[in-house]
Design a protein around this ligand. Structure first.
Ligand SMILES: Cc1ncc(COP(=O)(O)O)c(C=O)c1O
Length: 390
């Protein structure tokens, strides 16, 4: 189905009807599959006959989700995982060995930093962090044993945008691969593989579900990269996606493009309003001309996305006043929901890193992150105005 537009793929790709010819995708809630006889069981286990064996390996509902997401990302192959973190873990376990080196942007999700610095380091893998998107800093961080470059774009929470094509070229010249966490944009707004990325990882928990219901993850890329090492690790180690969650995510994908477009439109509206607000010092949103990588974002993304961060004038007390004055927006750490969410990164998602590291990353005490949902923009503005008004 590669020739259809993404809206069509979102509702049509990956369908394999059962003998009942159901219209909506079937949910195969089963841990194992039955063989006709011993010879068939042996052939399946030997890989001589295709077919399902056990849901840690494959399951038809999970396969449907994988095929749909692969079509939407323009990827040859996709494997689904139990969460976004297990997608990143599986990628690392498959691609790296003791003595290897990773270069990552410093503005990646906190648990990803923990995984690289506290877990992979135990197995002899070192990670170097790059502040900012300047290509020279990335070049300087490379070593002969660098195996992959890792980036989240736009970054969380400061929405810094990285040049995927330039980083892919840099990685390839160094004999490494580029891994992009495409959580903030999703394939509805950005397709890193078209820009040269080797692998895309997802926290499907965010926009792919889009309604805050289930955890999930995925890894996408060239068949040999995904199916040889990564699928092999998942099949053995077991952080597989449950068929129930895969079914929920399949249905989430159907509305992804229209949700992302509507939420991005509202985010731009909110960002413009915040930029003109006397209680706000600075707004971080790639869709604003004032954003340092606005031109790059306009080239690389269909829109600025649905996450807006901003710094209130004052410090923690003023930021918490905005959070505590909300009546509609949810005070919760998740993002990518149809319900707008707000967080104070310095005391939540980034609360466990040192104050110096926080300051280096630009996470000030006045910073707030809003992940815009589907409520009316007027209602979202009014909810923030209550705490911002002086
Ligand atoms: C950018 C990004 N990547 C990865 C993850 C991890 O995903 P999960 O919570 O599904 O394990 C998150 C979760 O918040 C995230 O925001």
């Amino acid at each position: 189905m590669q020739n259809y537009d993404i809206e069509t793929l979102a509702v049509r790709a990956g369908i394999a009807r059962s003998q009942f010819n159901e219209h909506s995708e079937a949910l195969y809630l089963t841990s194992s599959f039955v063989f006709d006889n011993a010879a068939q069981a042996a052939a399946r286990f030997q890989g001589e006959e295709p077919g399902n064996i056990y849901s840690r390996f494959t399951n038809p509902t999970v396969t449907a989700f994988q095929e749909r997401l692969a079509a939407m990302e323009g990827a040859e192959a996709c494997v689904a995982t139990a969460s976004g973190m297990s997608a990143i873990l599986a990628t690392a376990m498959a691609l790296l060995k003791a003595g290897d080196h990773v270069v990552s942007s410093s503005g990646v999700f906190g648990a990803t930093v923990q995984l690289f610095s506290a877990v992979l380091s135990k197995f002899g893998v070192e990670t170097g962090y790059v502040d900012g998107s300047a290509l020279d800093s990335w070049k300087a961080a490379l070593r002969p044993n660098t195996r992959f470059l890792y980036v989240e774009t736009p970054s969380n929470p400061l929405t810094e945008v990285f040049d995927i094509r330039a980083l892919a070229d840099l990685a390839h010249d160094a004999g490494a691969v580029l891994v992009v966490d495409n959580c903030f944009c999703s394939p509805a707004l950005q397709r890193p593989i078209d820009l040269g990325a080797d692998l895309v990882v997802h926290s499907a928990t965010k926009y792919l579900d889009g309604q805050g219901r289930v955890l999930g993850g995925a890894i996408l890329g060239r068949r040999e990269l995904v199916m040889d090492g990564i699928y092999g690790f998942l099949r053995t180690a077991g952080p597989s996606l449950s068929p129930f969650n895969a079914w929920v995510l399949l249905k989430g994908l159907e509305t992804l493009r229209i949700r992302m477009e509507a939420q991005s439109r509202s985010a731009l509206d909110l960002a413009r309003w915040l930029e003109g607000h006397p209680g706000v010092r600075k707004v971080y949103y790639p869709g604003l001309p004032s954003h340092p990588q606005h031109a790059l974002a306009a080239r690389q993304q269909r829109s600025g996305g649905a996450v807006v961060s901003f710094e209130v004038k004052g410090g923690r007390e003023d930021a918490w006043k905005v959070v505590d004055s909300t009546r509609l927006i949810s005070i919760t750490a998740n993002l990518g929901d149809t319900k707008t969410t707000i967080t104070h990164p310095a005391t939540t998602t980034h609360g466990r890193i040192s104050p110096e590291a926080r300051a280096r990353a630009g996470i000030t005490e006045g910073l707030l992150r809003v992940a815009v949902g589907l409520e009316s923009t007027a209602d979202i503005r009014a909810d923030l105005e209550r705490g911002l008004g002086r």
